[in-house]
Write a protein that binds this ligand. Structure first.
Ligand SMILES: Cc1ncc(COP(=O)(O)O)c(C=O)c1O
Length: 339
């Protein structure tokens, strides 16, 4: 049984006081140096966001990804960018699932026909699954919630004249070296987020890389001063070489913690779905709703699976956390299935 809800996200599965395995934000708060940068920028809030700040942010992003500043647009989180996708007026958008649902929600809300490309098993993408007539293809990489990273070459193989490939790379900075990132491909539209690694969910900060023509069409109805000074400051700060090195360290820690977590889950007889590559793990358990509710009663929040197209209530997504927290989660996990 599924109960899809494209607007349900992990934040609805958690609450203050719970140990949070539902939301994939890595840190409990932004790091000190980033808070200091944002605090210093408060002094500039009396003026409207300046062109200089916007350019500085776009230059920092461009430098980080080997692009030019006119191929960068700063966003109020990648979610804002998904809401702008209908401005590109696709005739048929193919959305690869299971995946983060905001792109499909935004396209459907605007009345754009959506074809769902459903993956299962190992959740590998085969380009032949995408209908020829789709002039937009949307895919997450690494994919939330499956934690699968598709090879860049497989995503590139989706490209053809008249079709725009859109990649949600919100979690790519948690993959060391980002070997499958498409941020260097000028014809692909790539969305990135500052939310997850930098604990900035409440600020709403991200950006998109694409051709200047595509970005101009995407932005057609954005208001004057579309992003605030603090967002621009955060983007500039998080694209500095020191921040990139810090994110890379975090990505390596994610790998260590995830390996321990996956081993512990498997030791406990819990099925880990596919081979996780992102800072979260998808599991499948009998009686998933009962498991989730029991954990919730013990103050552990986990992300329900059934609101994702293609998943069921027996799928549960778990954020990678430090081993002491995952040990507590496993100790609380209801192992016995009543008959
Ligand atoms: C895969 C994926 N993409 C994008 C987003 C939204 O990111 P942002 O906070 O940058 O809007 C999320 C948030 O949960 C996500 O999981």
């Amino acid at each position: 049984m599924t109960s899809e809800d494209l607007r349900h996200h992990g934040d609805r599965d958690t609450a203050p006081g719970m140990v949070d395995f539902a939301v994939n934000v890595w840190l409990p708060a932004p790091p000190r140096w980033l808070r200091d940068r944002l605090a210093a920028a408060l002094d500039r809030l009396a003026t409207y966001p300046s062109e200089a700040d916007d350019l500085a942010a776009r230059e920092a992003v461009a430098q980080r990804h080997g692009r030019s500043p006119d191929e960068v647009m700063v966003l109020n989180g990648s979610a804002e960018g998904f809401a702008l996708l209908p401005n590109l007026r696709p005739r048929l958008a193919a959305v690869v699932h299971p995946s983060f649902t905001e792109p499909e929600a935004a396209l459907r809300t605007a009345g754009i026909p959506v074809h769902r490309v459903m993956l299962d098993g190992d959740y590998a993408l085969r380009p032949g699954l995408v209908p020829d007539e789709a002039d937009m293809v949307v895919i997450g990489n690494p994919t939330n919630p499956t934690s699968v990273t598709h090879p860049a070459a497989v995503i590139r193989a989706l490209a053809r004249p008249g079709r725009l490939v859109v990649v949600d790379e919100a979690f790519m900075d948690a993959v060391p070296g980002e070997p499958e990132s498409l941020t260097g491909d000028p014809d692909v539209l790539v969305f990135r987020s500052l939310t997850k690694t930098w604990a900035l969910a409440g600020l709403r900060a991200g950006y998109v890389l694409g051709s200047p023509e595509t970005l101009a069409r995407l932005a057609i109805d954005r208001p004057q001063w579309p992003v605030g000074t603090l967002v621009l400051e955060a983007v500039t700060a998080c694209c500095s070489p020191a921040a990139i090195a810090e994110a890379e360290d975090t990505a390596r820690t994610v790998i260590e913690y995830r390996a321990e977590f996956v081993a512990a889950l498997r030791d406990a007889g819990i099925e880990v779905v596919a081979e996780p590559t992102a800072p979260f793990v998808l599991v499948r358990v009998p009686e998933g709703t009962r498991v989730r509710e029991t954990l919730r009663d013990k103050k552990f929040a986990v992300r329900r699976g059934e609101t994702f197209p293609g998943l069921s209530a027996d799928h549960i997504r778990l954020a990678v956390r430090p081993p002491d927290q995952t040990a507590r989660l496993l100790a609380a996990w209801p192992m016995e299935v009543p008959t």
